[in-house]
Design a protein. Sequence first.
Length: 127
Amino acid sequence: MAREIISTDKAPRAIGTYSQAVKVDNTVYLSGQIPLIPETMELVEGDMDAQIRRVFDNLAAVAEAAGGSLADIAKLNIFLTNLDHFPLVNQVMAEYFTEPYPARAAIGVASLPKGAGVEMDAILHLI
């Protein structure tokens, strides 16, 4: 089994003891992304729409560093501090993904790092 650590400066650097992603053969495990701006490591300004878009942009950057794209996501996990934002996640996600959509879970949580309102992680399958 070939294992490779994936890293890019186009997504926020790890803020703990983890890697942005780990590639094992044709599968890439993307760590959770919150709406941090890579250059400043600060939360994106704006509403929940801006936070969701920043998270998708961060995931896309890590996926590209691994040799894939958002289209290669097989499983997406979404963590929200307020599940009332779930319809907005669906609306924004429709701009970033086309059918067939990945398998997905949406989970309500009490809090997220740095006070973020959304975090997502994913599993990619590269062909």
